[in-house]
Design a binder for this molecule. Structure first.
Ligand code: NAI
Ligand code: PYR
Ligand code: MG
Length: 575
């Protein structure tokens, strides 16, 4: 399953550029991309055969915006006291209806209210939406490729109505957030991720549902389907960036290895998550008042050895090596559902091997293969406890209390699993049990914690949403042949350096989601510049590699910003 979007230039300040439309009359009203509801000016109604098809009074974009926000607020009022899931789904429905009807207005309300709406179109509500997708399904969105389509994908790809596609988010639905294999219902994730692309990176939308009732394909049979899909996409849109999302770990790693040198693609759960986690981990070093190079001395316990956990450790290892040279000796401890992973582990996953502890490294601590989480935390006294296990509540009281004995003055607790119920702990418990000096981050949003006496326990949202839009946009605008580790490091470092010392001291590791466009512009520019420096950039559209090479840092940021789509009504012209 995948969903695609293409960049579209409309700017907020200048008079919007005209938009060519091949339809007339009611067909325009039924196309959410062109539809303006009652917002069509009279001249446009005449020009496009719309007169009489909409009520006579012209309502401005701003009035439509205010009316939508009023109906959203009355929905909030009317659902007060109802269960969270009922309220969340009602909010998702009202937004989805607008999405289906008028995309310009939908994306404008999303961009302007991203802090309130991201938890609805993205985690946590998107998880609930995926679990109920068959019942919620109204209109097709995205495109579906199944085992029955083998041999047909090269022609199927031409069923997609848009000739220009820049960004594709692909999932096999096999590991949706921490909710497991949701099959075709996982389509909600690419839809949510692409909405974040539009809101955060200014990439433009388009659209395509019900899965086959049969076991998942395995081995070569599975890979041959993904191969065929990726080749079909590449044949039609050679410059499109493909984001792999929520594949179960074995396929996440296998497909990344298989395609990353051949295509412009990345795996968000492995690489986007790693960058966001690394930025947060570097922030925790600063929060302790230590120089960044002290990162090499941080003791980090990672719980969850899947695509996300291993991705984080791999990137953290690269960072330690950069800082401390090849002899750097990182202090990472990795646990999975069978406890502490050591070199004594039978049938160890080769991807976990570099992080498996040797006997001599842990015997002094009195630890052994398979040690449980509470024991590991008590004996290691880590600076950071980071969860990517998908298991809600696994940082229970004993574990959190043990973090009080951490060797750090600002112990860090990252409960990064999604959605909310799968978080390893909640912030209220973390601040209460591990102490008020902790730095806290979660994958899904939580409210800050009132610690009393005017003190606030800040809740950070360590979510790959801070990076994937910038990675995708930067890669796209660079025209990079592929997405290198250096481009990903540049993204992480850019996010890490975004925060001021004062914010970091207050335990604020990531910017407000309200600033997501600004962050994405900076991250995108950092990625673009890294691609240029590595000679991977071939340029995009009418901006070639040479022009990119001559741009200063500021010019690159401006160039990225300038290529972000912003939702306004432009005049429609029939061709
Ligand atoms: N905040 C963010 O940006 C992101 C969060 N995630 C979240 O991370 C979680 C895991 O994702 P993946 O790594 O892709 O999944 P995965 O299925 O590849 O890995 C899960 C890992 O957790 C381990 N695990 C399961 N039960 C455990 C237990 N009781 N104790 C210790 N370890 C246990 C498993 O052995 C496995 O190693 C999901 O909930 C996902 O939503 C994933 C990507 C980004
Ligand atoms: C955020 C995300 O990508 C995940 O939970 O899988
Ligand atoms: Mg994901």
């Amino acid at each position: 399953m995948w969903r695609a979007a293409s960049t579209y230039r409309r700017f907020s300040t200048a008079i919007p550029a005209p938009c060519m439309v091949h339809k007339r009359g009611a067909d325009i009203l039924h196309d959410p991309w062109f539809n303006k509801d009652t917002g069509f000016p009279m001249t446009e109604r005449d020009r496009l055969g719309l007169r009489g098809l909409v009520p006579p009074r012209v309502i401005t974009f701003e009035q439509q915006y205010d009316r939508f926000m009023e109906s959203f607020q009355s929905l909030e009022k009317n659902t007060e006291g109802q269960p969270d899931s009922v309220v969340s789904l009602a909010k998702w429905r009202i937004l989805n209806r607008l999405h289906d009807r008028n995309e310009t207005l939908y994306y404008r309300v999303l961009i302007d209210n991203i802090k309130d709406f991201a938890p609805i179109i993205y985690t946590p509500t998107v998880g609930l939406v995926c679990q109920n997708y068959s019942g919620l399904f109204r209109r097709p969105r995205g495109m579906y490729f199944s085992a029955k389509d083998k041999g047909e994908m090269m022609s199927m790809i031409f069923n997609w109505p848009s000739t220009q596609v820049d960004m594709i988010v692909l999932t096999d639905g096999s590991r949706i957030l921490g909710l497991g294999d949701l099959g075709v219902q996982g389509i909600g994730i690419p839809i949510g991720k692409l909405d974040m692309y539009v809101a955060a990176a200014g990439i433009n939308p388009q659209r395509v549902y019900l899965g086959l009732r049969q076991p998942r394909l395995e081995g070569e049979e599975y890979l041959s389907i993904v191969d065929e899909f990726v080749e079909a996409v590449h044949a039609r849109w050679p410059k499109a960036v493909v984001q792999f999302e929520d594949f179960q770990a074995k396929w996440a790693f296998e497909t990344l290895d298989r395609y990353r040198k051949k295509f412009c693609m990345f795996n968000d759960d492995i690489q986007g998550t790693a960058g966001v986690a690394l930025a947060g981990l570097l922030g925790t070093v600063r929060a302790q008042g230590r120089p960044l190079t002290d990162f090499a001395n941080q003791k980090i316990v990672v719980v969850g050895a899947g695509s996300a956990g291993l991705g984080v450790l791999k990137m953290a290892l690269q960072a330690v090596s950069r800082m401390g040279g090849p002899s750097a000796d990182p202090h990472f401890f990795l646990l999975d559902k069978n406890g502490l992973i050591t070199k004594d582990r039978k049938d160890i996953d080769p991807a976990a091997l570099p992080f498996a502890k040797a006997h001599h490294e842990i015997e002094g601590l009195g630890l052994q293969e398979g040690a449980g989480l509470a024991e590991v935390v008590k004996k290691v006294k880590p600076h950071v406890l980071l969860g990517l296990s998908g298991v809600g509540g696994i940082f229970h009281e004993e574990v959190l209390r043990a973090m009080r004995e951490s060797d750090s003055v600002r112990p860090a607790i990252f409960a990064m699993s999604n959605p909310t119920n799968n978080a390893e702990c909640c912030p209220v418990d973390a601040f209460k049990l591990a102490g008020e000096d902790i730095v806290f981050a979660s994958g899904s949003p939580f409210e800050n914690v009132d610690l009393g006496n005017g003190k606030i326990g800040h809740v950070n949202q360590a979510n790959n949403m801070y990076l994937f839009p910038g990675i995708g946009l930067g890669a796209l605008l660079s025209g990079a042949r592929n997405i290198s580790d250096t481009m990903l490091e540049a993204a992480a470092e850019c996010l890490a350096s975004y925060m001021s010392d004062d914010e970091i001291k207050r335990g604020i590791l990531y910017p407000s989601i309200n600033d997501i466009r600004d962050i994405t512009a900076e991250v995108g520019a950092a990625v673009l510049r890294a691609a240029v420096a590595e000679d991977l950039a071939e340029g995009h559209g009418d901006v070639g590699a040479r022009e990119l090479q001559h741009m200063s840092e500021e010019e690159t940021i401006e160039h990225v910003r300038h290529n972000m789509w912003y939702p306004v009504y432009g005049p429609l012209v029939h061709d």
